[in-house]
Write a protein that binds this ligand. Structure first.
Ligand SMILES: [Zn+2]
Length: 387
């Protein structure tokens, strides 16, 4: 079932995916989702923030059990991060129908919009807007690499950007949320198990560092006369690595924007994005504070530690594990399930083994048999929760 979806937004040169929110590729992914919902007779809705919901049963007045994930991707990402959760959701519904199960509660499949934040820099935008974790004014004004705002691109896609923001009506339909996701690490490989359950999501954030200098000729400007912002930028990257090693956290500079960006000119400006995460919030905060001293830094997002609902977590581990409870693991990756949990929705996650642990890369992989174990585990969990 990943097959037809795997053709949408794939860069043939690299095998990686580019699936920016509100792009033409995103529109194709939405059509795919609508088609899968229609084929199963599910009732499709799009909320004010662009999240898609496909319902088996009517959640009006009776909160349902919701599963799903996202279809957007980091740039040059893999086939599984996001899509595996959406495809498994539909496959689990098929399995329940084959088992002759009629859920005692409404059962929904969600596709959250813009989970990766590849285009506008803020991850989990769909779930953050839904739960009010990001202010609509701020979201509307975010710009992409072309200088278009979120409001511009939503308008172009036929949506109403002035309608975005916390949506209590939609939130009220979600009684429980379970997200299945490919593991982004090697925890399950080490334990020799195909499916696991999330315990916590590490606190994490993104910060933009702006270094300003003076653009100048690379040949005729003497070194002593230069004001080159690349130098403090380079020092920041090295300091981030050293500080992260010292504190036992992770820090990454994965995106840089140069202006004017000529090979034969001293740059006038460098903007760089730092991503930092760790088990302990204080270590992450201290790292950023240390790096930010004397620099121009904007916090673009911050997500405190998320502890998933303990009762639900244990129930998932029991039901999804078969004979022995599924292993329970923390993760350094952010997810919509974390945003929902932070908003007070009972939420949990199932992870499917990733043999290499590689993620956010075309090399991301999960074995077919493990994906099938994931679908069975998800179906078992949904059947249990919908009783
Ligand atoms: Zn994901």
């Amino acid at each position: 079932m990943l097959e037809p979806l795997a053709r949408i937004g794939r860069d043939p040169a690299t095998g990686g995916y580019v699936r920016d929110a509100w792009s033409e590729v995103d529109m194709e992914l939405r059509e795919w989702f609508a088609g899968e919902a229609a084929r199963r007779g599910l009732d499709l809705r799009e909320d004010r923030n662009g999240n898609l919901w496909a319902w088996w049963g009517d959640p009006a007045g009776r909160p349902g059990v919701v599963t799903g994930s996202h279809l957007d991707s980091v740039r040059q990402g893999g086939a599984y991060d996001g899509p595996l959760g959406v495809v498994s959701a539909f496959a689990a519904i098929d399995l329940l129908k084959n088992r002759g199960v009629t859920p005692g509660r409404p059962l929904g499949v969600v596709c959250f919009t813009d989970e990766e934040g590849a285009r506008f820099g803020v991850p989990c935008m769909g779930s953050r807007l839904l739960t009010g974790a990001v202010q609509p004014d701020r979201a509307r004004a975010l710009t992409d690499d072309d200088g278009d705002t979120l409001a511009d691109v939503m308008t172009r896609a036929g949506r109403k950007p002035y309608g975005i923001g916390r949506d209590d009506e939609t939130l009220a339909t979600v009684g429980t949320f379970v997200e299945l996701h490919v593991e982004q690490g090697r925890g399950l490989v080490d334990q020799g198990r195909p499916v696991g359950v999330a315990s916590t999501i590490w606190p994490h954030g993104r910060w933009r560092f702006d270094f300003r200098g003076r653009a100048d000729h690379a040949g005729t400007t003497r070194l002593a006369d230069r004001d080159d912002p690349m130098l403090p930028f380079a020092r920041m990257v090295l300091a981030a690595r050293a500080s992260a090693e010292r504190r036992g956290v992770v820090a990454t500079v994965g995106k840089v924007r140069l202006s004017p960006g000529n090979a034969n000119a001293v740059p006038g400006r460098v903007s760089a994005w730092l991503d930092a995460r760790g088990a302990d919030e204080r270590d992450v905060r201290d790292l950023v504070a240390e790096l930010a001293e004397g620099l121009d830094v904007q916090e673009e997002s911050w997500t405190p530690v998320v502890c998933f609902d303990a009762e639900l977590r244990d129930r998932l581990a029991r039901v999804a594990g078969g004979d022995t409870p599924a292993p329970i693991l923390p993760t350094g990756a952010g997810h919509d399930a974390g945003i929902m949990a932070a908003a007070g929705v009972p939420a949990g996650m199932l992870f499917v083994r990733n043999p290499t642990g590689v993620s956010h890369s075309p090399d991301e992989h999960a074995e077919q048999a493990d994906c099938e174990s994931g679908v069975v585990a998800l179906a078992d969990v949904l059947e249990d929760l919908c009783r």
